[in-house]
Ligand binder design. Structure first.
Ligand SMILES: Nc1nc2c(ncn2[C@@H]2O[C@H](COP(=O)(O)OP(=O)(O)OP(=O)(O)O)[C@@H](O)[C@H]2O)c(=O)[nH]1
Length: 380
C-alpha cells in the first residue's frame, strides 16, 4: 500500500486560520459600526425632516410658512437656494395678502405668476418632480435675481386636487446633489406636505380676511378700520408723519332705496366704494362703517392733502352718473368730513386719539350735510 507521506505540521498553519478569523471579525465589526453609523445618520436626517414637516404643518399663517420654506428648509436640508412660485391667476391671493398687510415683497424668493406658461418649457412636465443639472435656459426663470444660480436643482410641483398651485424649487451649488436617476418618492412626499400646508395657511388668511371684510362691497369692515387706525396712529407717532381721516356719507341714500329698491341701493354702495378706492393709494385704508357710510384712513397725509383727495372722491362720484345693472343711469353725490392728527398729544392713548379723530371727521361730515351736501368740510 502506498502510504502518502504526511506533510509535516507547520506552525504557520494554525496562526493563518486564526489570523483570518480575526481579520474576518474585524471586517464584520467595521461593517457593523459603519451600518450603525449609517443608521444613526439616517435617524438624524429623519428627525430633521420630521421637525421640518412639523414646522410646515403648524405654521401659524402665510408668513410663518414662508419663513419655514425660505429659512428652515435650506438650513436643515443643506440647500443653497429655495424659491417658491405660486399661481395666482385672478390676483386674489396677492390682493388678500395686501389687505391683511402681509408684505409679500419682503420675500424676494416668493414669486406670484398669473399663468403656468410663465414657468417656461418645464411647465408641461410638471406632473412630477424634475431633478438634474441646472440649465440657465430651462431653470433660470425659476431662480431669478437675487437668487444665486445653483448647479443642480429639484423642481417640485405643488398639486392640490390634481391642479398645479405652484412649484417649490430647490437648488444646490453641489452639481451631484440632484440628478435625473435619483428616486423621487421622498421629494413627492415633501411636495404634497408643502402643497397642503400652503392651502391651509391661505385658508387661514382667507378666514381672517372674511372677518375683516364687508361682504356687500368687498372692502374692509368697521372692525378692520378701527384696528388699522390704532396701528397707524402708533406708526405715525414713531415715524412722525401726519394721519388723516375721512368720513364719507352718500347723500339722500334713503330716497335711492325707496325709489329704486334695496338691490339698486346695494349696487350704489358697491359702485361708490369702487370710486372711492380708485382715488386712494395702496397704503390708505377704506372701510364701510355701516349703512351708507365709509371711512378712509389716509397715511402720511396732512389736512391739505386729505382735502385734495376728498375733493377728488367727491367729484368722481358727482360728475359721472352711476350706471346700475349696466343700464339705469343715476346721479349720486356724497358729503365728506375730513380731520387730521398733527402735533399729537403723545400721552393720549391711541384708542382715545382714534375715537377723537373719527368723531371730528364725523362732526365735519355733519357740517357738510348741513351746508347743503355734495361738499367737503374740514374739521375745526
Ligand atoms: N340698500 C341698502 N341700504 C342700506 C344698507 N344699510 C343701510 N341702508 C339704508 O341707508 C339709508 C340711510 O338713510 P339716512 O341715514 O336717513 O340718510 P340719507 O337718506 O342718506 O340722507 P342724508 O345722509 O341726510 O343725505 C336707510 O334707508 C337705510 O335703510 C344696505 O346695506 N343696503
Amino acid at each position: 500500500m502506498f502510504l502518502r507521506k504526511k506533510r509535516p505540521f507547520s506552525p504557520a498553519d494554525a496562526p493563518a486560520s486564526a489570523n483570518e478569523a480575526a481579520d474576518d471579525s474585524r471586517h464584520v465589526r467595521r461593517q457593523l459600526e459603519s451600518l450603525i453609523e449609517q443608521a444613526r445618520r439616517n435617524q438624524e436626517i429623519m428627525r430633521r425632516h420630521q421637525q421640518l414637516d412639523i414646522a410646515f404643518i403648524s405654521a401659524a399663517g402665510f408668513l410663518d410658512l414662508a419663513r419655514s420654506l425660505f429659512e428652515l428648509l435650506p438650513a436643515s436640508s443643506e440647500l443653497d437656494v429655495v424659491t417658491l412660485f405660486m399661481l395666482d391667476a385672478d390676483y386674489g391671493i396677492r390682493r388678500m395678502l395686501a389687505d391683511l398687510h402681509i408684505d409679500a415683497a419682503r420675500l424676494p424668493h416668493l414669486i406670484f405668476i398669473d399663468d403656468e406658461s410663465e414657468l417656461g418649457e418645464i411647465s408641461v412636465e410638471l406632473d412630477r418632480p424634475l431633478l438634474g443639472a441646472y440649465k440657465a435656459e430651462l431653470h433660470g426663470r425659476l431662480f431669478p435675481e437675487p437668487a444665486p444660480a445653483p448647479a443642480s436643482v429639484a423642481i417640485m410641483p405643488l398639486l392640490r386636487h390634481g391642479r398645479l398651485i405652484g412649484c417649490l424649487n430647490l437648488g444646490s451649488f453641489d452639481a451631484s446633489r440632484f440628478h435625473g436617476s435619483m428616486a423621487t418618492d421622498f421629494i413627492e412626499h415633501r411636495a404634497s406636505i408643502v402643497a397642503i400646508c400652503l392651502e391651509n395657511v391661505l385658508n387661514q388668511e382667507r378666514l381672517k380676511h372674511i372677518g375683516l371684510t364687508d361682504p356687500l362691497t368687498g372692502i374692509s369692515n368697521r372692525r378692520y378700520i378701527e384696528r388699522r387706525l390704532l396701528e397707524e396712529i402708533g406708526r405715525s407717532r414713531r415715524q412722525e408723519y401726519a394721519l388723516s381721516c375721512m368720513y364719507i356719507d352718500i347723500d339722500h341714500f334713503k330716497q335711492i332705496n325707496d325709489r329704486h329698491g334695496h338691490a339698486a341701493g346695494d349696487e350704489v354702495l358697491r359702485e361708490v366704494a369702487g370710486r372711492i378706492k380708485a382715488e386712494l393709494r395702496l397704503s390708505d385704508a377704506l372701510g364701510r362703517f355701516g349703512g351708507e357710510e365709509f371711512v378712509v384712513v389716509l397715511v402720511d397725509a396732512g389736512l391739505a392733502d386729505a382735502r385734495g383727495v376728498a375733493e377728488r372722491i367727491r367729484t368722481s362720484i358727482a360728475d359721472h352718473p352711476l350706471l346700475l345693472s349696466g343700464q339705469t343711469r343715476m346721479n349720486v353725490t356724497a358729503s365728506i368730513g375730513v380731520a387730521t392728527l398733527v402735533n399729537q398729544v403723545r400721552a393720549e392713548a391711541p384708542q382715545s386719539a382714534a375715537e377723537r379723530l373719527i368723531a371730528r371727521a364725523d362732526a365735519a361730515l355733519y357740517q357738510a350735510k348741513q351746508g347743503g351736501r355734495n361738499r367737503v368740510v374740514e374739521a375745526a
